[in-house]
Design a binder for this molecule. Structure first.
Ligand code: PEP
Ligand code: MN
Length: 290
């Protein structure tokens, strides 16, 4: 008799021998510089969409650290829809991110968009982000699979859960088992939000895979005012952590200002998260796989 959801019962035919829950039924925990990702504690990643200057990043980093974030985000190579939009500071941005990470005691995460830059980016950051637009860039997946660094794997803009888990499988097939999945919204017919944040995948993927699951309510909504509610909803649904965009002066941000929280809004949000901790779902309470 079927007793719960499984890869098979959902009709997933692909071989998920590494990313599937059975590979590590207790759930993968990633230990990194005193932070445990995938454990009891929810881990909050915060920072600006892009690194713009040392002053900008330091101001935001100090604020998010004070509020309880453990990891600093900041793009140096930005995958922009238009070739005329700000593309990021490149190596200069990586250097600033590393400096600010060290000065504030925060771990760092930044995106890599080109196979030729994987080594470079990994020499500056603690976690590499593989963005939505590159989720099925198989060469890039294989390349980050060779690293000894965790990879934050965003769900593709129009990708199914099976494709997303297969992307993780690509990374893991090269020997890197430290993959963090991140739901960041998918493209639907709804134009009022930037993306449709698919929160149902959290309890689903937590049962289909052993990998930690994060949520990005910033790109998931595209609207600053919606970010705290969706962040709380994601943690309540069992997400292991969040990645949130924060900017000291959103109206002047070079990218994604409209979806970035102000530092004081972020601090308020973090205070609220601490007060509602007991609402956050724990997968341990529910059957995982049949
Ligand atoms: C980002 O995190 O800045 C980003 C570009 O994310 P995504 O790949 O989810 O669009
Ligand atoms: Mn962004």
């Amino acid at each position: 008799m079927e007793t719960g959801i499984s890869l098979k019962s959902l009709g997933i035919k692909s071989d998920l021998k590494l990313a599937g829950r059975n590979f590590n039924p207790d759930g993968t925990k990633i230990h990194l510089g005193g932070v445990k990702i995938g454990g009891e504690e929810k881990v909050i990643i915060a920072g600006p969409c892009a690194v713009e200057s040392k002053e900008q990043l330091l101001e935001t980093a100090s604020a998010v650290k004070k509020a309880g974030a453990k990891v600093l985000r900041g793009g140096a190579f930005k995958p922009r829809s238009s070739p005329y939009s700000f593309q990021g500071l490149g190596i200069e941005g990586l250097k600033i991110l590393q400096e600010v990470g060290r000065e504030t005691g925060l771990l760092t995460v930044t995106e890599v968009i080109d196979t030729r830059d994987v080594e470079l980016v990994s020499s500056y950051a603690d976690i590499l982000q593989l963005g939505s637009r590159n989720m099925q860039n198989f060469q890039l997946l294989l390349e980050v699979g060779k690293l000894d660094k965790p990879v934050l794997l965003k769900r593709g803009i129009s990708s199914t859960v099976e494709e997303w888990l297969l992307a993780a499988e690509y990374i893991m097939s090269m020997g890197n088992y430290r993959v963090i999945l991140c739901e960041r919204g998918i493209r639907t017919f709804e134009p009022l939000t930037r993306n449709t944040l698919d929160l149902a995948v959290i309890p689903l993927v937590k049962r289909l895979s052993h990998l930690p699951v994060f949520v990005d309510p910033s790109h998931g909504t595209g609207i600053r005012e919606l970010v705290p509610a969706m962040g709380k909803a994601a943690l309540s649904a069992g997400a292991d952590g969040l990645i949130v965009e924060v900017h000291g002066e959103p109206s002047c941000a070079l990218s994604d200002g409209h979806q970035s929280l102000l530092p004081e809004e972020f601090a308020k949000f973090m205070g609220h998260l601490n007060r509602v901790k007991e609402l956050f779902d724990s997968t341990e309470m529910l059957p995982l796989l049949d």
